[in-house]
Design a protein around this ligand. Structure first.
Ligand code: HPA
Length: 270
């Protein structure tokens, strides 16, 4: 793993990815933030050595380096999911690369279903804690202790100061921002009614198929982390309608301007 990390990092440094401060992972239907970036370099995932190749069609799959709100950022447009057949180590490999490039802070977005029915389609939710239901850990491999503490602390995986800033920015800009617990499942099938009931009982406010592996690894690497979900559908087990993935993407797109405002304003304050 260390050899691969070094090789990939050297490739990107060579391409001009110099000393980014902040890493950003953009979720499904949330790629427009890249239009706000003064792009210096971009590289498709399939050109990056040791990178898994992007498979899901609606993810463009590239690493972008540039300036956003006056800071040097590295952005992942499109991420990897376990449901595409990748391992948890593959899914989180880019986080290890961003850390080696120099980032200290990781900001993550995703699309998620609303389990808390007080939350509505199109609303945003700041993640304040998570439940890992992906069946394993991205830290469960031989040699993990060479990269960081094996028994990574998870008492506060989401940075409280950043979350406070997000809440105050949301207030200033009149953006509705809930706060809650994100449960991450493997997918790619959506949940059954019984699964939605279970998720509610165990304390989830939202459910999705990403983010938690990256957050775990970012904590393994002692980075400051924050994440926001766009709630794209309402998961009411007593009134469940078939989900249309194109509708999920469209809803994410509609909520995107608010997400962009939150990220841009936050980065100014970091
Ligand atoms: N489950 C339910 N609804 C969703 C999900 C999910 O994983 N992702 C986006 N909407």
């Amino acid at each position: 793993m260390i050899k691969f990390i070094t090789e990939t990092t050297e490739y990107l440094v060579d391409k001009g990815f110099e000393n980014p401060e902040i890493g950003i992972i953009l979720g499904t239907g949330l790629g427009q933030l890249t239009n706000e970036i003064e792009v210096i370099r971009e590289v498709s995932y399939n050109h990056i050595p040791n990178f898994p190749t992007a498979t899901v069609e609606f993810h463009k799959g590239k690493f972008i380096y540039g300036h956003l709100s006056g800071k040097k950022v590295v952005v992942m447009q499109g991420r990897f999911h376990v449901y595409e057949g990748y391992s948890l180590q593959d899914v989180t490999f880019p986080v290890r690369i961003m850390e080696k490039l120099g980032i200290k802070t990781l900001l993550v977005s995703n699309a998620a279903g609303a389990i808390n029915l007080n939350f509505k389609k199109g609303d945003l939710m700041l993640i304040d804690d998570h439940i890992n239901l992906q069946g394993s850990s991205p830290l469960a491999f031989k040699g993990v202790e060479e990269l960081g503490e094996r028994f990574t602390d998870m008492s506060a995986p989401y940075n409280l100061e950043i979350n406070a800033k997000f809440k105050s920015i949301a207030k200033t800009h009149n953006i509705k921002l809930h706060e809650g617990v994100y449960a991450s499942v493997v997918g790619p099938q959506l949940e059954t009614r019984a699964e939605y009931r279970m998720l509610k009982i165990i304390g989830a406010d939202a459910v999705g198929m990403s983010t938690v592996p990256e957050i775990i690894v970012a904590n393994h690497l002692n980075m400051k982390v924050a994440a926001i979900s766009v709630l794209t559908d309402e998961c009411d087990p007593d009134n469940l309608k078939p989900v249309d993935i194109s509708e999920i993407i469209a809803t994410a797109g509609k909520a995107e301007p608010n997400m962009i405002t939150l990220f841009k304003e936050l980065i100014k304050e970091l």
